[in-house]
Design a protein around this ligand. Structure first.
Ligand SMILES: Nc1ncnc2c1ncn2[C@@H]1O[C@H](COP(=O)(O)OP(=O)(O)OP(=O)(O)O)[C@@H](O)[C@H]1O
Ligand SMILES: [Mg+2]
Length: 303
């Protein structure tokens, strides 16, 4: 649906914002693009939308170079970007009417979104008088108005209050089993983890890792910590028995913390049971996207 091949971008001032990006997005995928400030996320979104030209490389949407897309094909793409795009001296309603006419959107679709994003009270407000969050809600409504099949969103939850942010997360999750393709950039890693089927981490214009949470953990060799609680004393020899790939530490006489790959905890439990020790509780430490992100970025900064 979307294909980027060897995309690089060097701005006129010499800043190399993207270096050889290869990425493809299939129908139904919700891709989260994350990375530090200045990593190149917005640049990439703008290039995918044809708002910026890459220095080299090709971008295809629906199998076509983006400058070759027909009007109808362009209509199937939606976007949310910070910045321009509205008539500041017109009201919320007038702006939405403009877009609705352009896209042939029925009135009830428009009203449904206005209600959903609590813009009813602000329908008559001039866009230039909106708060940052209200403006963001207006952008959201515009993005989804014409029910696009491909949606690019640069920081969709920025400026939203906690309730609106939660609405946004729920709204995006409602697309999880549809054919709509998304590319979403965000610094809200908790949200990205809940919403996205694939995560792409970029740093200094290059893709560092890409995959779902399980793949990311595996690629990074993330060590999983498992707490094992037993009902009788643990044989002390256990710490010397599994030294190779597993690290075992005693939290107290009845609790162990095991770090290593998935097999570690499995083998240790088997051993305990074979020694007649009752395993009471097993708790896996949860590794979040934030943990993964921080471990990559910190490691990089230390170099
Ligand atoms: N119009 C421009 N002219 C020159 N350099 C630019 C321009 N826009 C962005 N850059 C530079 O390109 C690099 C990537 O910027 P970009 O805005 O794509 O990052 P980002 O990942 O979106 O960051 P953030 O998380 O802060 O939004 C940065 O070094 C930035 O300074
Ligand atoms: Mg940005």
């Amino acid at each position: 649906m979307i294909q980027l091949q060897n995309v690089s971008k060097t701005y006129k001032n010499g800043v190399k914002a993207l270096n050889n990006i290869n990425l493809s997005i299939k129908p139904g995928e919700i891709v989260g693009l994350i990375g530090p400030n200045g990593a190149g996320k917005t640049t990439l979104v703008k290039i995918m939308l044809g708002l910026l030209n890459p220095t080299s490389g090709t971008i295809k949407i629906f199998g076509k170079q983006i400058d070759k897309l027909s009007k109808n094909e362009k209509r199937r793409v939606g976007f949310l970007l910070d910045g321009p795009g509205f008539y500041d001296d017109l009201t919320v309603e007038e702006n939405l009417n403009f877009w609705s006419e352009l896209y042939n959107v029925p009135n009830d679709r428009k009203s449904e979104l206005i209600n959903q994003w609590q813009l009813n009270e602000n329908k008559k407000s001039l866009v230039k008088e909106l708060s940052a969050g209200m403006r963001q809600k207006l952008s959201i409504v515009r993005t989804f108005l014409h029910e696009p099949e491909i949606i690019f969103m640069d920081e969709p939850t920025s400026n939203l209050d906690p309730l609106a942010r939660k609405n946004m997360v729920e709204f995006l999750k409602s697309f999880q089993d549809t054919e709509t393709a998304f590319l979403i950039t965000s610094h809200d890693l908790f949200d990205v983890e809940r919403i996205c089927s694939r995560i792409v981490l970029i740093r200094r214009g290059e893709i560092v890792v890409s995959g779902n949470m399980e793949e990311l953990k595996r690629a990074l060799g993330v060590q999983i910590g498992v707490k094992i609680r037993v009902s009788s004393d643990i044989p002390q020899v256990i710490t010397s028995k599994f030294t190779k790939d597993c690290e075992i530490s005693f939290l107290n006489e009845k609790e162990l913390l095991v770090t290593g790959n998935k097999d570690c905890s499995k083998n240790i439990m088997k051993y305990l049971i074979s020694q007649g020790v009752d395993v009471e509780r097993v708790e896996e430490e949860k590794i979040t996207l934030e943990d993964i992100y921080l471990s990559i970025i910190r490691e990089d900064e230390e170099q």
